[in-house]
Structures are given as C-alpha cells and as structure tokens.
Design a protein around this ligand. Sequence first.
Ligand SMILES: *Cc1c(COP(=O)(O)O)cnc(C)c1O
Length: 300
Amino acid sequence: MSFQLQIPSPLQQVQLPLLNKYGIRLFIKRDDLIHPHVQGNKWRKLKFNLIEARTKRYQTLLTFGGAYSNHIYATAAAAQAFGFNAIGVIRGKKPSVLSATLQFALSAGMQLHFVERAAYGDKASLTDKLREAYGDFCMIPEGGTNLLALKGVEEMMIEMDAEFDYYCAAVGTGGTLAGMIAALRGRGKVTGFSSLKGEDTLTAGINELVRGYTGSRYHNFNINFDYHFGGYARVQPELITFIRQFKKDTGIQLEPVYTGKMLYGLFDLIMKGYFPAGSRVVAIHTGGLQGLAGFSEYFQ
Ligand SMILES: *Cc1c(COP(=O)(O)O)cnc(C)c1O
C-alpha cells in the first residue's frame, strides 16, 4: 500500500453569506485530506502510538472498536502500511454479513476477534484472555485515545500556526478535544460537539488526559450535547439535508456520524448569536469519509 500523507493538511477559509451576516470568519482544518484510509484525527492519534510500538519492537497491534469504527479501519490500514500484524477486537457477536469497515479491515490483513458486549465491557479480564490467545501485543485503546494520541493532535494544532477565538471539533471519546485543549494551554475557547447522547461522562476523562499531558487543568472548553440527533450513528433528515447543502456551498464533504453534526451545531450556534461578531472560528474536519460507504449500507 502506498502511504503518502498530506501533512500539513490545508487550512481553508469558508465563504458564505450567512457568515458575513454574523461577522464570523470560519476556517476548516482539512485533516480529512491527510490520507484516503487513515484519515483525520485517526492518523493524528495513531502516529505516536505507531512510533512507540516500533521503538519497543512490537510486531502486533491490538485495538478495540465497533463494526463501524473509523479507528478500526485506520488501524488496519496503518498496520499494513507500517508492517505490523493487527488484531481488531470487535464489540458484539460476529454478524453473518460484515460491515464495509470490517471487510476493509480484513482485506488489509487485520485479524478480527468478536466479543459479546458484556465481556467487551470488562477490559481487564478481556485483556488477560487476549494475551493468552495472542501472546505479546501493543495495545491501543478504543478510539486510539491515550496520552500518545494527544501528542499527535498537538502537532495538528501547531501546524495551523494561527490563533483563533474558538476551536471546534466533534467528540466521541474526547481524545481529540483533549489534545486541542492541551496544545492551547489556556488560549482561546474550545467547543466540542458530542456525537453521543447521554449525560456528560466525557469532561472528567478529558480533564484527566489533559492533566496527564500538561500537568495542568484548563477550563476554556465545553461540550455541547444538543446536536447528537438521537445518538451515535443516528441521523435525521435535516442533518442529511445540511450535509448535502454544505457540500454544494463549499465543496467540502462531511459525514453524518461526527463532522456533519458538529458543523450543523456550529451553524446553529452562529445563528443563535453564540459567537460574537468578529470572531475567528476554526472547525477541525476530523475525516471519517471512508466510512460513508459503510454508513449508507447501515441505513439500507
Ligand atoms: C473518531 C472520530 C471522532 C471522535 O474523536 P474522539 O477523539 O474519539 O473524540 C470525530 N470525528 C471523526 C470523523 C472520527 O472518526
């Protein structure tokens, strides 16, 4: 597999009448363009995990995710490109038909290990069993979120080489947001848009990651839970309409699980006057576009 990364990824200003009306200068950090298979924040979060695995002479990477996980997809592609064996521990019983994401992972040489939900939740005893079955491996947590992931996200922030009033990103595990907060060391405001519904169990985890990385705690962030559209991988017609319109207006493709919800929320907040006129706002396009195929399949 060829492995050409577009780094630094472009920083693109978006021009729209609505933005002029509210006096907002909006930029998109195009991490979706980094690589067709190892996109966006998944590359950022994997990079230093791969370097660490190589340094410690691991031959096998093992990680976790669901059947539609962008992280599983990216890890499979990166493991193949860098010559690691890969094991994907997949939440849930093995389905009769594999998702497009899992088919890709298999084709990239990842071994899939299905674990029923109850056992999947008990990571300690699961890890013991996996060590018995597979021997030594470098374990990367679900979503790739750990302290090494923050280092990769910090690189993305440094790459922008510009100051903004607001930094926006979609939130799953919160690893990306934690990396942004850590990199900013209190500068600007960070707004996360949760793709998952439910009460806020993320903030504590983000604080812990940021403290682990910087030694400090920062309060210049918040997570918005108003734009999950019913929860993870749930959509509503107005979200799909928004994604189509945004593509028409800007040429930028979004996907419905993360970036579509984030930008829908961002535009809604702009129209509600959340950002003062004159604000410079950047939204991170965290990628995930390779999952679009799997997504249409999921909804058919
Ligand atoms: C995984 C993912 C996210 C969520 O990132 P976290 O670091 O887990 O919060 C956001 N956007 C896309 C496209 C993703 O694939």
